[in-house]
Write a protein that binds this ligand. Sequence first.
Ligand SMILES: C[S@@+](CC[C@H](N)C(=O)[O-])C[C@H]1O[C@@H](n2cnc3c(N)ncnc32)[C@H](O)[C@@H]1O
Length: 233
Amino acid sequence: MKAPDQQSARDQTARQKASHSFETNAGYLSKSYRDGAGTYDLDLGRMGYCGPTVVAELAAATQTAYFAKERAVITILDAGCGTGLVGLQLKRLGFQLIDGIDLFEEMAEKARQTRVYRHVRSNVDLNGPPSDHASASYDITVCCGVFVLRHVRPQGLRELARVTRPKGFVIASTRTSYVEATGFDSEVQRLQDAGVLVLVQRLNDARYLAEENAHYWVFQVPEKASAPTEERP
Ligand SMILES: C[S@@+](CC[C@H](N)C(=O)[O-])C[C@H]1O[C@@H](n2cnc3c(N)ncnc32)[C@H](O)[C@@H]1O
């Protein structure tokens, strides 16, 4: 087999594995997050979860490095905000204009209770068609712990890019096993080729949970971003 064929066979195997991993979404997620919202922070705390701290600190470094305006006026969307762990870290670092979205109302309500968000919306599915959020709304979009097997497919990155303004940033974590199983790299390449996002930084194999490391990605939306409308499942 020639090299490109081998690559496409690898991509196909990864896609097959990934689609299998996403089959049981509804029941698995509902059990984890509808029933588990009350104990989520405690459970993650026991598991040494430091993803929200890393993502928020990357957002802070990105603001210092790239934005002339001060941190307090940067608009941030926390996509898949869960109970608000990332929002709390963002607030600690001086961000003030933070919105959240999540699939489950139970998690969104916990996030609202932190009082660090301006607005938190539930029933927003990053695996679905583009949401009714206006395009180019946010300076920075963060997404921590959401590109996880049986959660959000790599194609969800398009929606994150869509709601982020040109020259804004998308910061996301991916468990290392997720990248291997889903071909996340290939989706990143597709989006870069289409002019939707540019990868400006990646922390490889960094601390995330005691049981597994993650990669942390910082993307920039180009000044003249292509309208990322097609190819949503
Ligand atoms: C592991 S939690 C991470 C929560 C938070 N970002 C954090 O780091 O603590 C994953 C979150 O993604 C949400 N989620 C899962 N699938 C989703 C989807 N398709 N669209 C939007 N959110 C989703 C879950 O409801 C849950 O709150």
